[in-house]
Design a protein around this ligand. Structure first.
Ligand SMILES: [Fe+2]
Length: 305
């Protein structure tokens, strides 16, 4: 399966409307228009693809869908067939679903943790359209997609097997941290587009990482959080595996945003060697005072930790 990048995320949140100011004013994202004109939907982007981040008003803070980009119609058809061969139910997106997602075609399925994913091709691009919501240099997306997501899964082994064997993602490395195991996957030169962490009985979106073009963009966002009283989940620090310099802020919807700069990439897939590490950070990334993540939900039928 030829997944090329993390294309979009769709979320549900009672606080969706707060993103109309939080997204542009704090993160530097651009607001875009919902193609269906829905008043309860906020669209944001970090590049020339207006459909990157879709937040619907809803009852709970919940990740509704992770969208993965495939190169073309033929690869999408092949991917749907491979999922069905692996015993996974696949649903073809309706014309309205494709219009809402601003893609030519999509298929959806549910992974072992219960997350909904969409595979798509033909995402809308409006060249030269991106204007950051505040003064900043912009975001790193070219060839690397929206950013990365870290998901909490109830059964790490089952999810690891699925993402690697069925979706064809490549393991970048692993980190043993706080008695748990994190596994990082890449689908392009970004060190990881997805990482998973096992917590028995739970699932949810831990964070979305947005990579900015300059170290000053990180510093300015850090100042904005201090000025506006936005809680930090983790202080400034540098990660061990992708060497990202970042901090984590709490979004209005419970999950965290990692706001980072300067990550290493997988420059040569052929030469990549999987390693494991004992901590997530070389320095920093200390608890920042925000309450525990509010975007996790219990998974029925699995034991609570
Ligand atoms: Fe991250």
């Amino acid at each position: 399966m030829r997944i090329m990048s993390l294309g979009y995320l769709r979320l549900e949140s009672p606080e969706a409307k707060e993103w109309e100011s939080f997204g542009p004013d704090v993160l530097g994202l651009a607001l875009s228009n919902d193609p269906l004109g829905r008043p309860d939907t906020v669209l944001l982007t970090n590049d020339d693809r207006p459909g990157r981040l879709v937040i619907n008003v809803g009852e709970q803070n919940r990740l509704r869908c992770v969208g993965w980009e495939l190169p073309n119609e033929g690869d999408l058809a092949d991917a749907a067939e491979q999922l069905e061969d692996a015993g996974v139910s696949v649903h073809r997106g309706t014309a309205e679903q494709c219009r809402a997602a601003q893609v030519r075609e999509l298929v959806s399925f549910t992974d072992p943790a219960g997350f909904t994913h969409e595979l798509f091709y033909g995402q809308l691009v409006v060249p030269g359209s991106f204007r950051p919501g505040r003064a900043m240099s912009g975001f790193v997306t070219a060839g690397q997609g929206l950013g990365h997501v870290v998901l909490i899964v109830p059964d790490l082994a089952a999810s690891l097997d699925f993402y690697r064997r069925v979706l064809g993602m490549r393991v970048s490395d692993e980190i043993d941290s706080h008695g748990g195991r994190l596994v990082f996957f890449h689908v392009n030169s970004r060190h990881h587009s997805l990482a998973i962490m096992g917590i028995a009985g739970m699932r949810g979106l831990h964070h979305l990482m947005l990579q900015v073009g300059s170290v000053d963009d990180v510093g300015m966002a850090h100042d904005l959080c201090a000025d506006q009283g936005i809680p930090l989940a983790m202080t400034l620090g540098r990660h061990t595996n992708d060497r990202m310099f970042s901090f984590y802020l709490r979004s209005p919807s419970g999950f965290e945003i990692e706001y980072g700069w300067g990550a290493d990439t997988v420059a040569d897939e052929e030469q990549w060697v999987v390693t494991h590490m004992r901590s997530t950070s070389m320095w920093g990334h200390r608890p920042g005072g925000a309450p525990p993540p509010g975007c996790l939900e219990p998974v029925p039928g699995t034991p609570a930790s």
